[in-house]
Design a protein around this ligand. Structure first.
Ligand code: ZN
Length: 68
């Protein structure tokens, strides 16, 4: 239904394969945006990038803390 490829501002505005956050990363997202909106936030799949952003608005995002 939807294409997970999105622009990532942390990756020089390139298109990256985004994935749903898992585990501790998902908990961080829920704590940050609330459980109701947490499903909209996907994580950049590039190794070393910790950006999570709104699936529907790539400019609405934030970084996961180190180690998540
Ligand atoms: Zn990225």
């Amino acid at each position: 239904m939807s294409d997970p490829s999105k622009r990532c501002l942390n990756c020089q505005d390139s298109f990256q394969n985004f994935q749903r956050p898992q585990g501790d990363a998902l908990e961080f997202v829920v704590a940050r945006v609330g459980v109701a909106d947490s499903g909209k936030y996907w994580r950049c799949g590039r190794s070393g990038c910790r950006r999570v952003q709104n699936y529907f608005n790539y400019q609405d995002g934030f970084d996961l803390p180190p180690l998540l």
